[in-house]
Write a protein that binds this ligand. Structure first.
Ligand code: FAD
Length: 497
């Protein structure tokens, strides 16, 4: 522990954000890294509390508590305080393959369970993580680690999201020949075509993919397994196959008028927008353009917030976000005590931007969409809603009741449905003959084997739509299992052993 009284001497400082009025005019990252001075102060706030809950990585009451990849947080907080960045980087890379992603966009469950956060705002762990890896790249410490020896084993990873990338990275380091098959035109999964550029710049993703290529991983993009190569062919060509295909089947809102022109899935909007940005700097017209439109985002989560921020950059006329649940509290309730992930009202980057542009927070709570109304051309013109009341049913579980007399009509020409995901797409799983349960690939956590010989599964495809940090956890764990399967023993680390 660097400074014994640091947690009393210094307050938490937030990462500086670019002015919302100016940042919505471009697609660059909205926040800026801390200066070294602030980083040192923030590192000094860590209490090195003996039992670091920030590292525990448990699911409590359905939410992630502490870091799922057990980052050695107090150790590198101390090193950041002392300015020993190269040493901090070594500690960070022991547990996290891609801190440049988590340091930017992880919801930081570590901070929710930080011991300082019992009485004060948490240590700024995520900003310190980002600084460590950014300095690693800036100072040339991140060089390709080409394995000295190769085994004669070959592994296919299907899907290049964080789970696929983490498993490929680990297995390549173990000396296996790894090929990543990706159906999109660029690698990265939702890191590339999901999370928008202003949250995670695509140069950051491409830099990592390039490094992995230099280390010997083969990436085959525009290669859809099941179409461009069959499941059978893939199994014949490789000693093991890992399904990391994500959980991208979107939940639909099947209500009256759903077929209206202008009602889209959120992911279709976000993906096309990023594709257009990367391909032509927004000069082509192939994306869904929100310019001049009244936009409604249905779904109160992060995907919905990303749609708001994207629509603002398209210069929409107005934007509103519908959430089914009531507004969250400002401080912890009795049912959500430390060290659980704090279920609190927060103002995301997109909400700040919408407030700056239109004067109001774009969120509306406890609202249910009833129908979409289109004009004679089939183009969306209105959305009809009703307010909802969240009450306990007879069995004690929460239910939502419509409140009579609260019907409302909203003018809109564009709607984005962002109400979650239903699991992995089934076509490929059927071709592999892989069992599913609860709309996920049936493979036990820690084991990761499916019912099909030499076929493993990890990440959102196995777990359901989750977080990057869990995808990294699963990528590393499945690599440990696959290495053992191929070699009879393993040199790869596991969080579980
Ligand atoms: P994915 O990232 O979904 O990657 C799966 C890949 O498999 C895709 O590239 C897909 O094209 C490919 N694929 C599928 N089928 C085939 C096939 N047949 N052949 C070849 N390739 C195939 N998490 C956070 O922690 N922080 C955030 O800020 C955050 N923001 C998000 C924003 C959005 C809009 C969304 C949708 C999710 C967000 N998440 C966030 C969640 C996070 O991105 C996912 O949990 C994570 O990417 C899952 O990783 P994965 O590798 O399992 O799958």
């Amino acid at each position: 522990m660097g400074k014994t009284t640091g947690f009393m001497d210094y307050k938490r400082e937030e990462a500086e954000e670019r002015n919302p009025h100016t940042r919505i005019k471009d697609w660059k990252e909205y926040d800026a890294p801390f200066s070294d001075e602030v980083l040192s102060r923030q590192g000094a706030r860590c209490m090195d509390c003996g039992t670091p809950f920030c590292q525990i990585g448990e699911e409590i009451n359905g939410a992630t508590t502490g870091c799922p990849i057990y980052n050695l947080i107090p150790e590198w907080n101390d090193l950041a305080y002392r300015g020993q960045w190269e040493e901090a980087l070594k500690r960070l890379l022991k547990t996290n393959n891609f801190p440049e992603f988590t340091g930017r966009v992880c919801p930081a469950p570590c901070e929710g369970s930080c011991t300082v956060a019992i009485s004060d705002p948490a240590v700024a762990i995520k900003s310190i993580e980002r600084a460590i890896i950014d300095k690693g790249f800036e100072n040339g410490w991140m060089t390709p680690r080409v394995p000295q020896k190769r085994t004669a084993k070959s592994v296919a990873v299907i899907g290049s999201g964080p789970a696929g990338l983490a498993s490929a990275d680990q297995l390549n380091q173990a000396g296996h020949t790894v090929t990543v098959y990706e159906r999109a035109d660029r690698a990265g999964g939702l890191l590339t075509y999901g999370i928008p550029n202003m949250k995670l710049e695509k140069d950051v993703v491409e830099r990592r993919i390039k490094l992995l290529e230099q280390e010997g991983i083969n990436f085959l993009v525009n290669m859809e397994v099941g179409k461009d190569i069959t499941a059978e062919e893939l199994k014949e060509q490789h000693d093991a196959v890992i399904l990391c295909t994500g959980s991208q089947k979107q939940r639909d809102l099947v209500i009256e008028g759903r077929e209206a022109n202008g009602v889209h899935f959120a992911m279709d909007y976000l993906t096309a927008s990023t594709k257009n940005l990367l391909g032509s700097d927004m000069q082509e017209n192939e994306f869904i353009d929100a310019k001049g439109k009244d936009v409604i985002v249905i779904g109160g989560g992060d995907t919905g917030a990303d749609c708001i921020a994207t629509a603002l950059r398209h210069n929409c006329n107005s934007v509103v976000q519908f959430g089914k649940h009531p507004k969250l509290p400002l401080s912890r309730t009795e049912g959500n005590m430390w060290p659980e992930y704090p279920n609190l009202f927060t103002v995301d980057y997109a909400h700040k931007e919408a407030t700056a542009k239109f004067g109001d927070d774009p969120r509306t709570y406890s609202i249910q969409t009833k129908r979409f109304i289109s004009d004679d051309n089939g183009d969306l013109k209105e959305v009809h809603t009703v307010e909802m009341e969240k009450v306990r049913g007879e069995d004690g579980k929460f239910i939502f009741n419509e409140i009579p007399g609260t019907e409302k009509v909203w003018p809109a020409q564009l709607v984005f449905i962002a109400i979650g995901f239903e699991g992995p797409e089934s076509q490929l799983l059927q071709q592999f003959d892989v069992n599913t349960s609860n709309r996920k690939v049936d493979a036990k956590y820690g084991d990761f084997t499916t019912n099909v010989d030499k076929v493993f599964a990890a990440g959102d495809a196995r777990r359901g739509q989750s977080l990057i940090v869990w995808a990294i956890n699963e990528g590393r764990e499945v690599a440990h299992k696959v290495d053992h399967y191929l070699m009879g023993s393993t040199v790869l680390p596991s969080y579980l052993h």
